[in-house]
Design a protein around this ligand. Structure first.
Ligand SMILES: *Cc1c(COP(=O)(O)O)cnc(C)c1O
Length: 244
């Protein structure tokens, strides 16, 4: 890579970027706190996952220095080298993107939490990857809130079997559910539907308490509906230049 690469910004650029990230993080944390207050929830009931996709490892490092403990990525090709470049940092890596079965082994090598388990074939692949690395993986079932599986996500009817498959797989822990609000839908209603699915899931799997929902534009609605994890990229790092 050339010295112009965004992976190696100079000291002045790093200071400016740190300032920018600190300001944005402060705003996002204030939004989460306010949403918790409004919902009558404890402020520590919601974890912030900063979605660093398309941004360099140097940003991840700055974020870690600003107290961020959870980062999210959505493409294995990008996430694997980034996680490796940051392996000295005390971070939890969340894989939030659609996952191809042939990438599952790679993801299992660095991800701590996989949010996008939406079919049974992935379960065996993730378990195999976790076994090879002697790691434990927390798996969330990504559910489709509009019944359009094309955008990723299991249909509600398929959740119980998928949950059992994860719970029974060695080295995999069923963490809970994840969803993205459908385009054009009212996010609050979508996240309430997700919360109802979470309640049903916990009847069979009481420890599966995680609800991953809410992004830069709808984190308030997600927190209001009971999300335990919000995934925020743009509001912390800025508008992504590359289309994903
Ligand atoms: C990119 C992404 C996010 C973050 O979205 P922002 O609007 O940038 O906050 C959250 N969840 C998933 C699944 C994503 O792919």
């Amino acid at each position: 890579m050339s010295s112009e690469s965004t992976d190696s910004p100079g000291p002045a650029a790093l200071v400016a970027r740190r300032e920018e990230l600190a300001g944005n993080l402060g705003e996002v944390r204030a939004r989460i706190d306010a949403a918790c207050d409004a919902a009558g929830r404890a402020r520590d009931a919601v974890d912030l996952i900063v979605v660093t996709k398309t941004y360099p490892a140097s940003d991840v490092r700055l974020l870690a220095g600003l107290g961020v403990r959870d980062v999210g990525e959505n493409r294995d090709q990008e996430a694997a080298p980034k996680a490796d470049a940051c392996k000295d940092l005390d971070l939890t890596w969340h894989y939030i993107g659609q996952l191809q079965t042939n990438k599952a082994r790679s993801v299992a090598a660095y991800a701590d939490v996989v949010h996008s388990v939406d079919r049974t074939r992935l379960v065996a692949a993730l378990a195999a990857g976790a076994a090879r690395r002697e790691r434990e993986l927390t798996c969330l079932i990504q559910v489709s809130l509009d019944g359009d599986a094309g955008r990723g996500g299991a249909l509600a009817a398929d959740v119980p079997a998928l949950a059992d498959a994860i719970a029974e797989a060695p080295r995999l822990r069923l963490g809970g559910l994840m969803a993205v609000a459908p385009l054009g839908a009212e996010p609050a209603r979508a996240f309430e539907a997700l919360a109802e699915m979470s309640t049903r899931l916990r009847e069979a799997h009481p420890a599966a308490t995680m609800v991953s929902a809410g992004m830069s534009n709808d984190l308030e609605q997600a927190v209001g509906a009971g999300a335990t994890h919000v995934r925020v990229g743009t509001a912390v790092l800025g508008v992504r230049r590359l289309l994903r």
